[in-house]
Design a protein around this ligand. Structure first.
Ligand code: RB5
Length: 145
């Protein structure tokens, strides 16, 4: 599985933590920055990750800003992206099982690194359940078109 990851300035530190987790687990990733702590605009950094997932270049994306809200809004503007803003392990699992989310958003100012690592590990390891949930995803595709 190849992951695309980015943040804004508000998510820089947590992004480094998550990159460390991906490396520990041998998960392939591409880091879309930012490279400095300068203030940046989250849509600019949500874009390459979301487009990369939507195009199939990456299987999943991880986006981090201060709250996770701006990143999740931006990601969900891109056709083909199903992004969930997650701050607990229960919804990390549920959003894979039920929504087949392909992008995960989190807020560095909301949760600590330990919980964020558990969320990412759970989200990466949980499969979509299909069945009745697949029918609902079909309806999401219809909304997009
Ligand atoms: C940046 O200050 C902050 O607004 C951003 O990281 C994010 O929380 C937006 O939703």
């Amino acid at each position: 599985m190849k992951i695309a990851i980015s943040s804004d300035h508000g998510g820089n530190k947590l992004r480094q933590e998550i990159i460390q987790l991906l490396e520990e687990r041998g998960v392939e990733y591409e880091d879309f920055g930012p490279k400095t702590d300068e203030s940046v605009d989250y849509p600019d950094y949500a874009s390459p990750v979301s487009e990369g997932v939507a195009s199939g270049q990456f299987e999943r994306g991880i986006l981090i800003c201060g709250t996770g809200i701006g990143m999740s809004i931006a990601a969900n503007k891109v056709k083909g992206v199903r992004c969930a803003l997650v701050h607990d392990v229960f919804t990390a699992k549920a959003t894979r099982e039920h929504n087949d989310t392909n992008v995960l958003a989190m807020g560095e100012r909301v949760i600590g690194a330990g919980l964020a690592r558990e969320i990412v590990a759970t989200w990466l390891n949980t499969e979509f359940e299909g069945g009745r949930h697949a029918r609902r995803l079909e309806k999401l595709h219809e909304l997009e078109n």
